[in-house]
Ligand binder design. Structure first.
Ligand code: ZN
Length: 174
């Protein structure tokens, strides 16, 4: 099973390299994508970026089967081409940041272009949790974590206290 890089590991702060589209269909890349999904569901989480498994390349996987969730998505060399004008505040957590949750404000709608796991162009307009997850994962590809996006660090909460006081609000662990 792939290991997860934790906060403080320098790989989480690097800019990830673009993937040569000719390599997408290779067994190695397809295997990595499958393993990333496996680790993500096992944790469990709803998104995982390649730098979180010690690969500094522009690849992220995500998916959430729960109510209000979103389809399994693989983003390769993604870029956000549109941010909606409205902002939304959501609780976020991260598989690389153990035991902490914090409130992050981000645009509530984004449009992202990328390649999928077959190398085909993707063009997705996402809202809600899907939009949060895409922005969180794309941040990992530029060396950012959700803590960097928090404007009010007083919302930073340990997991036990989160469950005790704040759980009723929607959370994303990504
Ligand atoms: Zn994360």
């Amino acid at each position: 099973m792939l290991k997860i890089a934790k906060l403080g590991n320098p790989i989480l702060r690097k800019i990830a390299a673009p993937i040569d589209p000719r390599e997408i269909k290779s067994l190695e890349m397809q295997g990595l994508i499958d393993e990333m999904f496996e680790v993500m569901y096992d944790e469990p989480g709803i998104g995982l970026a390649a730098p979180q498994v010690f690969r500094s390349i522009q690849l992220a996987v995500m998916g959430c089967r729960d109510e209000g969730g979103f389809p399994e998505t693989v983003l390769i060399n993604p870029s956000i081409v549109y941010y909606g004008p409205e902002q939304a505040e959501n609780w976020e957590g991260c598989l690389s940041v153990d035991g902490l949750r914090g409130k992050v404000t981000r645009p509530s709608v984004v449009r992202v272009k990328a390649l999928d796991r077959k190398g085909k162009p993707l063009d997705i307009e996402a809202t809600g949790l899907y939009a949060v997850c895409i922005q969180h994962e794309l941040d990992h590809l530029i060396g950012k974590v959700f803590l960097d996006r928090m404007t009010d660090l007083s919302t930073l909460t340990q997991l036990h206290e989160f469950q005790q006081y704040w759980q009723k609000e929607p959370t994303s662990v990504i």
